[in-house]
Design a protein around this ligand. Structure first.
Ligand SMILES: NC(=O)c1ccc[n+]([C@@H]2O[C@H](COP(=O)([O-])OP(=O)(O)OC[C@H]3O[C@@H](n4cnc5c(N)ncnc54)[C@H](OP(=O)(O)O)[C@@H]3O)[C@@H](O)[C@H]2O)c1
Length: 271
């Protein structure tokens, strides 16, 4: 097991580690020298990831819980710290995507997306922040999305959750200046994971999992403040942002609504 940066004995807690980006990050961060605490709801999948890590000579332990259950998240991180040691790196990655369709508007769906994506990351932060401040070192990585840069059609809940996440962790990053605790906010575009597997709409500049994870690990290693990738999609969405609103609305409304999954379905538009 070789790492391109040296973190012997350091501990990373990753939420949403049972599949996709979280699973990829867990495996990759172990190769960087971290012992990893893996969390998500599906314990069997977490155990498979942990077995793979152990087979490669790494250290992993699983802490199943629902990211939207604050006390459960805090308890999971406490148990991880009891077993593996203080968390040096938190990767708040757990997330869900659900289309918000005006025809079937349902506040409870919005609430669920905000609970998992935004508050889930906040609960995990509560669990690690005091310890990091006491030790004068640590890093919190928030996996937001390019969807947080603008209100995307049929994605009101998802865009709100990711926009909220970006702004929340940006605020924290400023407040934590000089404390030794760094915050990295990551905005992926479309990546091939289970979350995007059922999307029927166009996913411009979609990336494979491995190069996406590499970019994320590089940003974590450099303790970058922010990363948005791929640059083509990030640039496109940023430039749409500065257009006059009528022009933005016209372009954004070109997305084919007939290709949205059923409201309440397991997946939806994500980026
Ligand atoms: N793929 C993309 O194109 C893309 C683009 C931008 C941002 N992102 C963000 O990247 C993160 C990872 O997504 P992914 O693409 O890797 O999708 P994924 O494979 O579906 O992974 C989502 C992870 O979140 C966990 N999760 C979902 N709901 C949860 C809950 N209530 N409690 C605890 N864990 C929960 C899932 O585990 P369980 O189901 O086992 O709980 C899973 O491990 C998400 O925050 C997503 O919004 C993805």
């Amino acid at each position: 097991m070789t790492g391109s940066f040296d973190n012997p004995g350091r501990v990373c807690f990753i939420t949403g580690a049972s599949s996709g980006l979280g699973e990829g990050l867990a495996i990759r961060l172990v190769r960087e020298g971290y012992a990893v605490g893996l969390s998500a709801r599906r314990e069997a999948l977490l155990s498979k990831v942990a077995d793979r890590i152990r087979a490669e000579g790494g250290t992993a332990a699983v802490y199943p819980c629902d990211a939207s259950d604050g006390p459960a998240v805090i308890d999971a991180i406490r148990r991880c710290e009891d077993t593996l040691g203080p968390v040096d790196l938190l990767v708040a990655n757990a997330g869900m995507s659900l289309n918000t369709l005006i025809e079937a508007f349902d506040a409870s769906g919005v609430e669920k997306v905000l609970d998992v994506n935004l508050l889930g990351a906040v609960y995990a932060t509560e669990a690690v922040l005091a310890g990091m401040l006491e030790r004068g070192r640590g890093q919190i990585v928030a996996v937001s999305s390019i969807a947080g840069f603008a209100g995307l059609p049929m994605s009101a809940a998802y865009s709100a959750s990711k926009g909220g996440m970006t702004n929340f962790f940006e605020s924290l990053r400023i407040d934590l200046r000089g404390t030794g605790v760094d915050v990295t906010v990551i905005h992926p575009g479309f990546v091939r994971t289970p979350m995007t597997a059922h999307n029927r709409h166009a996913m411009p500049f979609i990336m494979d999992l491995e190069p996406a994870v590499e970019l994320m690990v590089k940003a974590i290693r450099k303790r970058k403040k922010s990363l948005a990738f791929p640059w083509q999609l990030a640039g496109l969405v940023w430039s749409l942002r500065i257009l006059p609103r009528p022009a933005y609305d016209w372009i954004a409304s070109r997305i084919d609504r007939t290709k949205a999954p059923e409201a309440g379905g397991p997946t939806g538009q994500s980026s």
